[in-house]
Design a protein around this ligand. Sequence first.
Ligand SMILES: [Zn+2]
Length: 136
Amino acid sequence: MKRTCPECGDKIVGRIDKKFCCDACRNSFNNRVNKDSKNLYLKTKGAVEEKIKSIGYDHVVIAQPGHLLGIRPEDRLRIEVPIIEFFTKIIKPLMIGPLRDFRNISAQEVASSIIAAMQGDVIGVTTLTYKDFIKN
Ligand SMILES: [Zn+2]
């Protein structure tokens, strides 16, 4: 069976379990897949928010947090999470203007803000972002 690299289309030579012709092709393929899945997540979240708004509930609360901080059982297996959290903590003061909404935020603060907004008497759609999470 002739195998070809899914990134560049070149013939793959070597071990049967080799999926790409070289490391560069494997990296560029995986980077694109990760980016696409992140884009798909944001696109789907946006579409779901619009659908919920269109239902016509009196009271809708939408939370748009950045990366959520908190203990996750599966994080022990993902070394990149604490590394990303460490660096984003360092650059946090530089994340101003529109970047502010992408700051790390504790899941607990987000949850408290959602509860507070749900208990409020605002009619219509309330969208919570970073500035709202740090109030409570
Ligand atoms: Zn290739």
